[in-house]
Write a protein that binds this ligand. Structure first.
Ligand SMILES: NC(=O)c1ccc[n+]([C@@H]2O[C@H](COP(=O)([O-])OP(=O)(O)OC[C@H]3O[C@@H](n4cnc5c(N)ncnc54)[C@H](O)[C@@H]3O)[C@@H](O)[C@H]2O)c1
Length: 429
């Protein structure tokens, strides 16, 4: 167990923040400090960053896995904790479709280990990072907490399963549990030092800012949704408003009865913005010109997700005070600061992206196979490769390339199966 700082300042509620080295978690830590509480971070740094912990001065970091029972016994045994805010998790939908095992293991199984450690050490207050992905594709808007939960991807399902487990612990063991279902989180801290060091390439505002900076292309997935301009509509919430809701939840957990309202609250603004509206706002604020590439919808992307956040306002006594402009301006300021820093992961990633693409043998061979079979032209492969590069930086694979071609309508399922079969044949002499 390594620690950046000693836990010598104990005021308010002593809170373990899992995933506190991540984007949301680091803002939650800051909000807890501002509310007079005492946070302690547990993170395995798989997608988190030490720098985001260091910028919350004096807050210790315990590096380890939230699913490691022995480690959790050391953490709970060594610190007199009052509550847990559980932000640690995996959160990239496309990755969850390709690798559900990782998502159910991290978000559900390891979550269960945490619940059990809390039970062993009699820490019964829990605030949890859930998501609007638990609702799937809702029939009606705005989405209330009573909207049926019907997740359409393993990410949403893995989060819903943890919600249900913690709910059962609330009923059986007297846990006080609040699942906060975030809509689309965006923006950066008003101090300009915390923000998204985005590596997945899936986040809307960081993607648009990068496209504006580099005059690169932005993929607009779907142009024929039943929305006011045909692009998907999302409810974006500023990360500082979201983090303040966590601090309020920690403060109020003892005086509310979450079981009375189902232990879940939506965190959204109730205002939807379409992708085209966000794009226009980014161009106006940055003065950058973004080249838009209209590509087919992504599988499972709902047309519109807008929250009814009124229950959270009533229960937590907080409201969203920041708007879309605030989100874009703070995110732009944060990324500019990071890009100017020699050792910033964001800067490294951006430089990496400008280097000529490393040749992925399997992907290249898959492209050759489908072209040689006469299924499509090399231009279509190029187009699909660009979508793949921007969709998800994690684990580029020929299977994903095949799925993208399928989504584009460039090949049929039968052709995809045939191409994958030919891939496995030994090369002709
Ligand atoms: N960002 C959003 O728009 C959004 C929306 C809905 C829900 N959420 C949820 O909020 C939480 C935080 O998301 P984020 O956007 O900050 O992502 P993030 O990747 O920046 O943060 C996740 C953190 O969890 C840590 N972590 C992952 N697996 C771990 C493990 N096994 N043990 C210990 N630490 C581990 C990572 O290192 C990272 O610091 C996630 O649970 C996510 O599902 C985020």
């Amino acid at each position: 167990m390594t620690s950046l700082a000693r836990w010598d300042r104990v005021e308010g509620v002593r809170v373990l923040v899992t995933g506190g080295a991540g984007y949301v978690g680091s803002h939650v830590v800051r909000a807890l400090l501002k509310a007079g509480h005492t946070p302690l971070v547990l993170d395995d740094l798989s997608t988190g960053h030490i720098s985001l912990v260091e910028r919350n001065e004096g807050v210790p970091l315990l590096v380890g896995d939230v699913g490691d029972a022995d480690f959790l016994d050391q953490v709970f045994g060594g610190h007199a904790l009052d509550a847990v805010v559980h932000c640690a998790g995996k959160a990239v939908i496309a990755e969850s479709v390709r690798n559900p095992e990782l998502y159910f293991d991290t978000n559900t199984v390891k979550g269960f280990k945490l619940l059990e450690a809390m039970r062993r050490h009699a820490v019964h207050r829990l605030v949890f990072s859930s998501t609007c992905a638990v609702y799937g594709v809702p029939d009606e808007l705005p989405i209330t907490e009573d909207t049926p939960c019907q997740p359409v991807n393993p990410y949403g399902a893995s989060k819903l399963a943890f919600e249900q487990m913690s709910h059962a612990y609330a009923r059986a063991y007297g846990f006080k549990v609040l699942a906060l279902r975030y809509f689309n989180v965006a923006g950066a801290s008003s101090e300009g030092d915390l923000g998204e060091l985005d590596f997945s390439g899936t986040r809307l505002i960081p993607n648009l800012l990068r496209a504006a900076r580099t005059e690169g292309a932005f993929n607009l997935y779907g142009n024929n949704y039943p929305t006011r301009d045909g692009s998907a509509e999302r409810d974006l919430i500023h990360v500082e408003d979201l983090a303040a809701a966590h601090a309020a939840a920690v403060t109020r957990l003892d005086i509310i009865d979450p079981l009375a309202f189902g232990c879940a609250l939506n965190l959204g603004t109730g205002r939807g913005s379409t992708v085209r509206e966000v794009l226009a706002a980014v161009q106006e604020i940055t003065g950058g010109k973004i080249m838009v590439r209209e590509v087919p919808r992504r599988v499972g992307d709902p047309p519109a997700l807008v929250a009814d956040g009124s229950l959270a306002e009533r229960v937590l006594g907080v409201s969203c005070t920041r708007n879309l402009d605030d989100m874009i301006r703070s995110a732009a300021e944060f990324s500019e600061r990071e890009l100017a820093r020699e050792n910033s992961p964001l800067r490294k990633r951006e430089l990496e992206a400008r280097r000529p693409e490393r040749k992925d043998d399997k992907k290249a061979r898959f492209g050759e196979v489908v072209v040689a079979a006469g299924f499509l032209s090399p231009d279509t492969i190029e187009e699909a490769l660009k979508i793949q590069a921007e969709r998800d930086g994690i684990g580029e694979s020929h299977q994903l390339l095949g799925l993208i071609l399928l989504e584009m309508g460039a090949i049929s399922s039968a052709q995809l199966i045939e191409a994958l079969r030919r891939m496995n044949e030994p090369a002709q002499a």
